[in-house]
Design a protein around this ligand. Sequence first.
Ligand SMILES: [Zn+2]
Length: 473
Amino acid sequence: MLEDHVDRRTVLAGTALGAAALLSRGASAQAQAPSSGGTLPARSDFVVRGAHVLSMDPSIGDFASGEVHVRDGAIVAIGVSVNAPGAEVIDGRGMICMPGFVDTHWHHWTTFLRPVMRADDPKRTYFPVTFALGLHYTPEDSYRAVRLGLAQAVSAGVTTTHNWAHNVRSPAHADAEVQAMRDSGLRGRFAYGCPLGMPNDKPMDLADVARMKGDLAGDPMLTLGICSRNVDGNTGGTRGAIDAAMAKTEWSKARELGLPITLHTSGTGAVEVLNGAGLLGPDLQLVHPLNLAAADWEALAKHGVHYSVSPLGEAGRAGEMQFIEMLQAGLKVSISIDNVTAERCDCFACMRMLQTINRHRTGGKFALTTKKLVQMATIEGAEDLGLADKTGSLTPGKRADLILVRTDAPHMGDIGDPYDALVQLAQPSDVDTVVADGRVLRRKGAFTALDYGKLLADAAQSVAALKTKANWT
Ligand SMILES: [Zn+2]
């Protein structure tokens, strides 16, 4: 096992990310680890003054002109006025200060395939492109793609992400994805999955999942889960389709390790299969509430299952978007980006899409306030990932994951209610400042340390090589 481990690290050491991979094995080395695309800025001592503060914590509330003090990566104080001697002042006037967005399902490994895609050519849409090229990924490709996706997350104000890694082609690929997450400075969960094309009767690499659990033990920023292949038998396609017996084998091991599970359910029948097999539970996150039956959502509510909805992609898929039924049944529903290969990272548009679909489907009879949508995109996403003790609201003692959103762009006009502005008007380019765990990753709409051009150049190099390997024309 140890020899195996050393081998994998040696593989990484032969790549551009090797130094970072080796250095960042220990938490103490993590902060200083060099990375492809820049080092992380230090955690700073600062106070935001004069912003419209939305704490997303009901016990604290909001402040039309408020202050937030951050020190050593934590939120120290929040209020109309806070005492922060010596702290750097960030002028928040004309901006909304709120928790960073929490994405709850995103296939970061597909990110750099966007230039290969064509929305209007069936041979070049998301599934055929990601499958054809995904079979040839090296660990370095995985690193570069995930790194690029995480950079796009930062630029759009996402500070926590659920990296749904359903193309882990080897333990070294898993290490590379985790390394990219560490190098990004973002918080998140790594959901360990199978490689594309793996036979449905072969179980996932459960020994390496256990090994990864040990590697991530005590990591202050990252947690671990598994992403399962589909179980409904009718939507597996290129992503696999396992039966209830295989799901039991894999999920039982995950549960023994205390790991949460996530699964796509865009087709029909998955919930019935899972319920019949006794596999539903509060540690299960399902993705894409489409095509479910009333009996399904009752079973989900009974077992405390939660759902992630990906509004931008789901709105273009067959079936009704049933997040409304899920909310009515009492399920927790959070928001996800899914991928930035076919879609884009835009949490504002995600919230707006949910509002639009609700009006389209119910005529607005189901009350879905703009504040509820912002809750779904922040604190309820954190709850979904089991991270609400660390992030999702601006609460003293939590880690400092926050963003400042400008309100002075022409498309914003003169804003009234801040929640209304976030849902109706805002877009990612309005995100001025992004702070994750007290590190200012983006300021005045620009990366503070990241060399985004290098990430793009590395990505282009990987994509060119993958196209050659896959004979893609
Ligand atoms: Zn997905």
